[in-house]
Design a protein. Sequence first.
Length: 345
Amino acid sequence: MANKIFVYIDHFEGRVVPASLEALGVGREMAKTIGGGVSAVVLGQNIDDIVQQAGEYGTDEVHKGDDTALKDYRGEAYASVLSAVAADADVLLFPTTGRTRELAGLVAVDLETGIIPDVIDYEFDGSSVLATRPVYAGKLLTKVVCAESRPQILTLRSRAFFKPEADSGHSAEIVDIGVDIGDMATEVIGYGESQAGVSLTDAAIIVSGGRGVSNNASLESPADISDEAEQEIWRAQQGFKLIQELADVLSAAVGASRAAVDANYIAYDNQVGQTGKVVSPDLYIAAGISGAIQHLAGMRTSKTIVAINKDADAPIFKLARFGIVGDLFDVLPPLTQALRERMGL
Ligand SMILES: Cc1cc2nc3c(=O)[nH]c(=O)nc-3n(C[C@H](O)[C@H](O)[C@H](O)COP(=O)(O)OP(=O)(O)OC[C@H]3O[C@@H](n4cnc5c(N)ncnc54)[C@H](O)[C@@H]3O)c2cc1C
């Protein structure tokens, strides 16, 4: 092969993280532009299904590292195997996930090369990738190249690129990686259930609530809640129930602003923004969220933004494609009902 484009396939509990397939699509498009082949890398234990899936997206080869030492993701083990496999790659692509943020960095250190994180677009200057990534909380886009060093490592923002169609008739060559990992310093004891339900970063639709979800003076909290802070949380729970109902109708994930999380209305797992999750859904509905720059940093690349806010001057309306000026407690129930009827639910 001329240029070697490697794509790391992130997966968890037997399922490929969808952004990995988007990365395979990018790999294939890159190969069309600069020539060369696309190789997927799958690490883990009992990963035949994932290897097969990775081979169905136009890859030439799938490098398979199947070993008990790779059963659970651990940065040290995965980085040592991946660094050896992808050492002579020209481009190494990762989907952006919690695991790959660490892994891509470790591999870049091992291979003494640069890394361009959170890429949302790219072009080529010869065989060098000219990658576009948001900076300053998404206010500016910057173009970055990986000077002379190779591989050029990019992590791709989830949902910034299209997922290609699978072709079950396509067959890729499977290359077994010899895995030889000594004693590891860490051991994975188990996994905890996330409270967020649907994964925010993979969701096509997100309905988010902010501090405004607790702002309904006409809601009388139950008599046994006398503490003011607890009354506020109770009101917020009623607001988030409306958010959840709309989310259920749309099969959407529930997001939140940091103000809502800090006030204990909802878990941190749901936070969108600079210090929360960065999301790019097709539709983002923000209810009772003012649109502070740190919140926008996490959702400004959403394809369509709908804002519901009492204040017609709220900054979120500057970014929103559709705005509803009104009280979310008045707006959400009929909106949910209308959608339910429209969708025949
Ligand atoms: C370093 C740093 C990092 C941060 N990271 C994040 C982050 O990751 N994510 C994040 O979200 N924030 C983050 N913040 C906080 C951010 O600056 C804002 O404080 C926060 O986003 C505000 O949340 P909010 O819009 O829910 O609340 P507010 O700003 O209080 O806005 C509430 C909005 O609800 C409207 N409203 C009130 N009642 C109703 C009603 N009944 N119906 C309809 N509308 C109503 C109001 O008009 C108002 O616009 C960060 C701040 C800092 C300094």
